[in-house]
Write a protein that binds this ligand. Structure first.
Ligand code: NDP
Length: 330
């Protein structure tokens, strides 16, 4: 099977030369393991951080070794109780066509309940990130006004829709193109703007003249500064990501208005989805219901073939995606 290895570490923006496609021999599964043929894999912004050789909440990718990340695959050989050939599993060894996976690190998924790709998106990690970040970290309450950045992406789009379903007074999203802004209006955002059209602070003030209660931050920098400037007293920020800085080689300038934290008594709280696994069942139950009733719309952008995985990943960083970016394999 073929797999993508990290060829070198980027400085600033990654390039295709940082990746290599390698033909690898697939070992047999050992006791307690399964051999999986991957069907679909996720590419995610956090993977950019793993290309750097720094200690963080997930270990860095290693030069000369395959990358990894969320994937769904079909079991083709099993040495593990409870998993049989033909079973479909969610696991962490993406970026390769075949993987030998510890059964303990694989979770069976049901292709009849939902399309396989959704276990990586709306019903998976990005969905839980939106749900936990909005409801638990930002402690959103009905009647509040919510602003979310990267709002046409996997996490941000669901943040806005969940807020509406949970009784938000007003939901505002920012995104990087006119087409994305139109999509936000289609899925029920009350207002949306393209952050290229002017200073974010001005666009946000126009979209939320009475201010906001919650900011769900996927972007950092100017977006965070603008949100702080629009937050009402006792407003909250859930800091989910800062994608505007993942490829920067200079330290960021904004936000320059942190003094507002005092006068406005703001709460700014970072979080990792991995710490919110206790919400998984509640989240899946609620989200599956919304999907059944067609009350949540979700977008997916697909690339095809393992050879196109690096470009799909670069595409997420560039903003090529509407909704969840995924790679179909085989
Ligand atoms: P998305 O589907 O949102 O894709 C990333 C999007 O970011 C792009 O589509 C692009 O859209 C936007 N973007 C890129 N550069 C910039 C920029 N300079 N300024 C503004 N927007 C930019 O990815 P995810 O939904 O998977 O992730 C969203 C955020 O959540 C990321 O920051 C990620 O790191 C974070 N995250 C955090 C988790 C946690 O546990 N804390 C878990 C999962 C994700 P556009 O065209 O609008 O620019």
């Amino acid at each position: 099977g073929r797999e993508i290895h990290l060829a070198s570490r980027p400085t600033g923006w990654p390039t295709p030369e940082n990746f290599t496609l390698v033909e690898a021999t697939v070992p047999d599964p050992g006791p307690g393991q399964v051999l999986v043929r991957n069907v679909v894999m996720s590419v995610d912004p956090y993977m950019r951080g793993r290309m750097n050789d720094v200690k963080s909440y997930v270990p860095p990718f290693q030069v000369g070794a395959p990358l990894d990340g969320g994937a769904i695959g079909e079991v083709v050989a099993s040495q593990a109780d409870g998993l049989r050939p033909g079973d479909l599993v969610l696991h962490g060894l993406g970026w390769r066509e075949y993987a030998v996976v510890d059964a303990a690190a694989a979770r069976k998924v049901d292709p009849d309940l939902a399309p396989l790709s959704t276990y990586l998106g709306v019903l998976g990690m990005t969905g839980l990130t939106a749900y936990a970040g909005l409801l638990e970290v930002a402690a959103f309450r009905p009647g509040e006004t919510v602003f979310v950045s990267a709002a046409a992406g996997a996490v941000g789009n669901l943040v806005g829709q969940i807020a509406k379903l949970k009784g938000a007074a007003r939901v505002i999203g920012s995104a990087g193109s006119a087409a994305k802004v139109r999509r936000l209006e289609e899925v029920g955002f009350d207002a949306a703007f393209d952050y290229h059209d002017g200073p974010v602070a001005e666009s946000l003030k126009a979209a939320a003249p009475d201010g906001i209660d919650v900011y769900f931050d996927n972007v950092g920098g100017d977006h965070l500064e603008a949100a702080l400037g629009s937050l009402r007293t006792h407003g909250r920020v859930a800091v989910c990501g800062m994608i505007s800085q993942y490829n920067s080689t200079e330290p960021p300038a904004a936000p320059r208005n942190l003094g507002l934290l005092i006068a406005q008594r703001l709460t700014v709280r970072g979080f990792l989805v991995a710490d919110h696994a206790d919400l998984q069942d509640q989240f899946v139950g609620e989200m599956a219901g919304w999907l059944r009733e067609d009350r949540v719309k979700y977008d997916e952008t697909f690339a095809d073939g393992i050879e196109n995985a690096p470009d799909a990943f670069l595409g997420v960083l560039r903003g090529d995606n509407l909704g969840k970016m995924l790679v179909r394999l085989g």
